[in-house]
Design a binder for this molecule. Sequence first.
Ligand SMILES: NC(=O)c1ccc[n+]([C@@H]2O[C@H](COP(=O)([O-])OP(=O)(O)OC[C@H]3O[C@@H](n4cnc5c(N)ncnc54)[C@H](OP(=O)(O)O)[C@@H]3O)[C@@H](O)[C@H]2O)c1
Length: 262
Amino acid sequence: MATIKRISVRTELEGKRALVTGGTSGIGLATARLLARQGAEAVIVGRDTTRGREAERAAKEDGAVRFLAADLGDPDSVRELAGQSGPVDILVNNAGIYPASPTVEQSVQEYEQIFAVNVQGAYFLVAALVPHMLAKGEGAIVNVTSITASRGFAGSSVYSASKGALEALTRSWAAEFADAGVRVNAVSPGSTRTEGVLRKVGPEADKAVTDALGIKRLADPREIAETISFLVSQRASGITGTTIDVDLGAATTWRRSASAAP
Ligand SMILES: NC(=O)c1ccc[n+]([C@@H]2O[C@H](COP(=O)([O-])OP(=O)(O)OC[C@H]3O[C@@H](n4cnc5c(N)ncnc54)[C@H](OP(=O)(O)O)[C@@H]3O)[C@@H](O)[C@H]2O)c1
């Protein structure tokens, strides 16, 4: 059995660089702030520079946080991002878009955009950043998926398929990189109180979403962040290729199709 070193959770990520896509809002920002508090240099990524700079300023109180602008839906931008960030030890593929549409009304353009950001962006960022981890013999990748990857939600077909693809990639990458000491896992949130969700459903619709899922409240982004920080740490050295639900039990208590929920 591998030797497990006793390390303080407060400083366990010292000397590590973590890149968090979609790190300027919601789950991504909560994750970046937590990783920075644990000693990592956190690179946060989004398209909107104003929002990115504000998030960077707010997160400075937690530690070293640096914003980089990039569009995960654009392969050239993904390539540039990997060059600008420099080598990373931890990658959190969190950026995601979740427009909803009935299948018969789905536009090709939006279909392609969802897969471009949620799947292709993560794929080629891993391809660009994992060589350093493989050469170093260690590294951790976490993909943020969704309860919709494993349950049916009316109106969420393309989004659900994109998150299902990310869970399949999690298992493939875990197998591909295991021998070189790089672990790959996924965290699957249920409905979580983020800027993106509140924009989509509005504060009053919270109750309808949680009622439909049979849960009492939306998750807090920090609850998802805690699980991500565990998975990227040495405390999870025995875990790779798995998906952990952080959904207040929604995946196991859910019985019927709810309206589109991320
Ligand atoms: N919140 C939930 O209930 C929930 C549930 C299950 C799964 N999830 C998943 O969790 C992840 C985070 O969700 P959230 O609710 O925290 O998101 P959010 O509040 O909507 O924030 C999305 C983040 O992604 C960035 N982003 C979006 N499109 C991008 C692109 N093309 N290139 C680069 N960055 C991009 C945004 O920045 P810019 O807009 O500036 O680019 C922002 O930082 C997503 O993958 C989502 O699918 C969320």
